[in-house]
Design a protein around this ligand. Structure first.
Ligand code: SF4
Ligand code: SF4
Length: 425
């Protein structure tokens, strides 16, 4: 799909002035979130690097200056190693921004999920990260994202990554591998460079090193929740959306060293706070409202010890597992890694997502689960009864909150979170 294609009937465009206002609102929302995080008591010094990446324009300026093409994608289905091996820079563009959603609402119906509206609004406003990319890769987990392929395609070059309905069976795997082969060809065309064995192996090793750091951080946090807040853990993951993977691994390594020193220096006190696992639709920067409501609750002190969200805990956890270092073998392994471990409820079967959440609750010794369902997201809503039944059977209390990215959303969600934590105490 590309803007040059002959679209006979295009969506109407909102007034151009609204784009500038949305861009200003995006920068202000990022600043406000980072200012609130700056007040977290005993915040690790190493968080400054992640604050800087998300609060200052240098990374986007770097991307604009770089001669390599930039590939922006959504969700966790993009095999980033392919883009790197083709000589491009992959970044993830998902965001949660009420002002962008409102801008898109002037064109799209209101009854569309806030993620789709935020993305389309960000494109209409030409937010800096969107303006910096040369190609958008849009997976199709749901109707909203499928229609986004066309809506974005009217504006710029878009590559649709068609997801299979199920991950089981050779037919689905073959369709996905064909999809990945088509993506590889598109990336090669974009960069003018073939994906070769050496660079592909180097890219897989680079991303596997990042994945190993992410798992170390998650394990440390589960064992010593006092050393890093859930809000900061989500910020570290959010930084990985646009950071160079080598930069991210180095900064995460510094953070890890600081946290390990802290964990070793202080004898392990009994954790007084409630340990909460988050599940459900992704919490996306700069809207950290749910995280702030949980960790800033007045009814009972609580800390987020883990999550199964594609924006945080599940974002970097899974390495590419290699059995042969041929180009074909590596492409197959990258395709499998992008599809098989993903906890997104867009596939027919959601059993592994439930199993993984139960395991996470056990490993983190969580007192309860708070599940976020973004309004109008049927995927998470339809899976909720199954998840709730499994948690109930395991004796794990669950709170589901329906969330829209808007300030007026805060009071009812806050009341329910406060009541849930009070009940857990
Ligand atoms: S939950 Fe699924 S559809 Fe939603 S952003 Fe994550 S990977 Fe994409
Ligand atoms: S939140 Fe739900 S409806 Fe929205 S893009 Fe993600 S999966 Fe689709």
């Amino acid at each position: 799909v590309s803007a040059e294609d002959d679209f006979r009937h295009r969506l109407p465009a909102p007034a151009p002035a609204s784009g500038a206002a949305t861009a200003e609102a995006a920068a202000a929302a990022a600043r406000r979130t980072l200012e609130r995080l700056a007040h977290i008591p005993e915040r690790p010094r190493a968080m400054a690097a992640f604050d800087s990446l998300l609060g200052e324009p240098w990374r986007i300026e770097e991307l604009v200056r770089d001669r390599r093409p930039v590939v922006g994608s959504f969700c966790n289905f993009m095999p980033e190693e392919l883009a790197i091996a083709a000589g491009a820079i992959p970044i993830r563009l998902d965001l949660a921004l009420a002002e962008a959603a409102a801008l898109a609402g002037r064109v799209l119906p209101a009854d569309v999920c806030p993620v789709v509206r935020s993305i389309f609004g960000a494109q209409l406003a030409a937010l800096p990260a969107f303006a910096a990319v040369d190609l958008l890769v849009v997976p199709t987990p749901c109707d909203g994202k499928r229609k986004l392929v066309r809506a974005l395609g009217e504006q710029r070059a878009v590559h649709m990554l068609a997801l299979p309905q199920t991950r089981e069976g050779e037919r689905a795997r073959a369709a996905w591998r064909a999809e990945i082969a088509a993506l590889a060809a598109r990336l090669e065309e974009l960069s003018g460079r073939r994906i070769r064995r050496g660079p592909l192996r180097a890219a897989i090793e680079l991303l596997n090193a990042r994945s190993a750091r992410a798992r170390e951080l998650a394990a440390l946090r589960a064992a010593h929740p006092r050393v890093l807040s859930g809000r900061d853990a989500f910020l570290v993951a959010a930084a990985s959306f646009s950071a160079d993977p080598g930069w991210w691994s180095a900064r995460a390594g510094e953070l890890l060293a600081e946290l390990e020193a802290r964990a070793a220096a202080v004898p392990r006190p009994t954790e007084q706070r409630l340990r909460i696992v988050l599940s459900g639709s992704p919490v996306l920067f700069p809207d950290f409202q749910l995280l702030e409501l949980v960790e800033g609750a007045r009814s009972a002190p609580a800390v987020i010890v883990g999550d199964d969200m594609c924006s945080a805990g599940e974002r970097l956890r899974h390495p590419t597992v290699q059995d042969e270092w041929t180009t074909g073998g590596m492409l197959r392994a990258a395709a499998d890694r992008a599809l098989l471990p993903c906890a997104c409820p867009c596939f027919v079967s959601g059993d592994d997502r439930v199993d993984r959440l139960l395991e996470l609750v056990r490993a983190t010794r969580a007192h309860g689960v708070i599940h976020q369902t973004l309004r109008l997201c049927q995927l998470f809503d339809l899976e909720l009864p199954r998840l709730a039944a499994a948690l109930k059977a395991a004796g794990v209390p669950l709170l589901n909150v329906y969330v829209e990215h808007a300030a007026e959303d805060a009071a009812p969600v806050q009341n329910r979170v406060e009541a849930f934590l009070e009940m857990l105490q």
